[in-house]
Write a protein of this length. Structure first.
Length: 150
């Protein structure tokens, strides 16, 4: 005669599964019965004059009329500034054997990469130079580098 396939563990798991299902159904019913509901009116939110979200409509007496023509969309145009593309800097580091170095701008204190191909005359460390900048593959590079006459 064969043993019953129903073990104690199987019975307990089935009982727990049915209990969880029943509890879930009960919670769903409780949520439905206790929900506020009320439709669209309970879902509306307003922004007051300080930018805070409230559930009361704004006071019409505090309404401000804005002239549509005074609204600027985009970046406002600024006056033409005279831009000098030639900058002055000091050679912080230059390796003759590898053919590159760095120049520190005297005004902005930014460092720019310089390659030997961008030089118009030979430079050494601590020389004061004039240069222009161009965008390179890895950032801004100093080009057309010349020694300043002292």
């Amino acid at each position: 005669m064969a043993k019953s396939q129903q073990t104690y563990n199987k019975k307990e798991r089935e009982k727990n599964r049915l209990k969880k299902q029943k509890d879930k159904l009960q919670k769903r019913e409780d949520r439905k019965s206790n929900s506020q509901g009320g439709g669209l009116e309970n879902m509306l939110a307003y922004v007051d004059e300080n930018g805070n979200i409230t559930d009361t409509p704004p006071d019409p007496s505090k309404k401000i009329i804005v002239d549509v023509a005074s609204i600027e969309i985009g970046i406002p145009k600024r006056a033409e500034e005279e831009y000098n593309p030639i900058r002055k800097g000091r050679v912080e580091f230059f390796n003759d054997s590898k053919g590159f170095g760095f120049i520190k701008d005297l005004e902005t204190q930014e460092k720019y990469f310089v390659h030997v191909n961008s030089l118009e005359e030979e430079i050494k460390e601590n020389n004061i130079v004039s240069f222009e900048i161009e965008r390179g593959m890895k950032g801004m590079n100093a080009v057309r580098v010349k020694k300043e006459k002292v």
